[in-house]
Design a protein around this ligand. Structure first.
Ligand code: NAD
Ligand code: UDP
Length: 357
């Protein structure tokens, strides 16, 4: 069997860049397609360097997913074994303010991709869905069979794309599709040379904690301390970004199963952690005090969300290895090395992917 070639849309972003590195190290050839609206080209240079001898198996196209002619060109020049589709806008608050931007980018982008894939006979897909499709879960852990609902336009794009995937599989069982519902990715590659570098004001807990730690913000606002949880703050399932990236490699391998069809897997740890527990873990590993301001609940926030991980463990043969202190340590390492994210000019990183400092 020859070397597998994978197209990764949104491969320069946070989850994409870590996944591309794991794919390269796993021996895959990777073509990234990203419009770089929420990513840095330096992330790709660093991934190439971190991949060492495998770095030459990466090529990168600066392309918007909705540019059908550009997609056609890429598919005409390369035969892809599969596509991992990360590209999308992901800020919940912004999706409420600008729903059409989200429907256009996420839905039109995905439909264009699926049409071009079908036209070129490439029918293997791994899609980035989200735990957001569980809405406010009535029961935890969330299993893949739990009821689905969307609380905002971002969530509705994820649900709609899941339904589109189920429909195209029903219409043409030649498709093999894995929908991965991620819980809350945190941290960075242990080298500290790639990590999360959100443009604009972050929405998620840990990027905000990281900005407080380096003095870019005076305090963390805690949204709600009257939930029915261990300390009153919201509970989520935080998963190390490297575990999440490895979950994609496992999913890609699963696409070789002839009976896969269109199937959903949760990627989480199965453990719930409160906001205050997460802050405490970060303070412990960083030695930094994170000042807190208690505030009311954030509209639309669920109380407790965590994953049932049994299906992924059983069928993907994948299980998260890292705990919250590992996540916080790797995050702090990335922050110390890159307090303002990726620099604006090229930087030569080390060539060793093991990279523990
Ligand atoms: P990210 O913003 O870092 O990465 C997304 C990438 O897609 C960016 O590099 C961006 O430039 C690119 N992109 C967006 N629209 C594009 C378009 N039209 N054409 C080409 N490129 C485009 O986000 P991430 O955290 O890496 O998330 C990746 C995927 O995982 C997203 O679909 C997101 O919704 C989903 N997801 C993320 C989380 C999370 O907490 N980070 C949780 C669940 C699901
Ligand atoms: N959170 C918080 N302050 C913030 C951002 C988030 O207290 O500035 C809380 C939020 O209410 C939730 C948890 O942190 O309980 C995780 O929020 P995040 O937005 O990272 O993930 P999501 O809610 O989408 O799972």
């Amino acid at each position: 069997m020859g070397q597998k070639v994978v197209l990764v849309t949104g491969g320069a972003g946070y989850i994409g860049s870590h996944t591309v590195l794991q794919l390269l190290l796993g021996g895959f050839k990777v073509v990234v397609m990203d419009n770089f609206n929420n990513a840095s080209e330096i992330a790709m240079l660093r991934v190439r360097e971190l991949a060492g001898e495998f770095g030459n198996n990466l090529s990168v196209h600066k392309v918007d997913l909705r540019d059908r002619a550009a997609l056609e060109g890429i598919f005409a020049s390369t035969r892809f074994d599969a596509v991992i589709h990360f590209a999308g806008l992901k800020a919940v608050g912004e999706s409420v303010q600008k729903p059409l931007l989200y429907y256009n980018n996420n839905l039109v982008g995905t439909i264009t991709l699926l049409e071009v894939m079908a036209a070129h006979g490439c029918k293997k897909l791994v899609f980035s869905s989200s735990a957001t499709v569980y809405g406010w879960p009535k029961q935890v852990p969330c299993t893949e069979e739990s009821p689905l609902s969307a609380l905002n336009p971002y969530g509705r794009t994820k649900l709609a794309i899941e339904e589109i995937c189920r429909d195209i599989y029903r219409a043409d069982p030649g498709w093999k599709i894995i929908l991965l519902r991620y819980f809350n990715p945190v941290g960075a590659h242990p080298s500290g040379y790639i990590g999360e570098d959100p443009h604009g004001i972050p929405n998620n807990l840990m990027p905000l904690v990281q900005q407080v730690a380096v003095g870019r913000r005076p305090a963390l606002t805690v949204f709600g301390n009257d939930y029915n949880t261990v300390d009153g703050t919201g509970v989520r399932d935080y998963i190390h970004i490297v575990d999440l990236a490895d979950g994609h490699v496992a999913a890609l391998r699963k696409l070789d199963d002839p009976n896969i069809g269109c199937v959903v897997y949760n990627l989480g740890t199965g453990k719930g952690t409160s906001v205050l527990e997460m802050v405490k873990a970060f303070e412990k590993v960083s030695g930094k005090k994170i000042p807190l301001v208690m505030a009311g609940r954030r509209p639309g926030d669920a109380e407790i969300v965590y994953a049932s991980t049994e299906k992924a463990e059983r069928e993907l043969n994948w299980k998260a290895k890292y705990g919250i202190e590992d996540m916080c340590r790797s995050l702090w390492n990335w922050v110390c090395k890159n307090p303002y994210g990726y620099p604006s000019e090229e930087y030569i990183p080390p060539s060793n992917a093991n990279g523990e400092i």
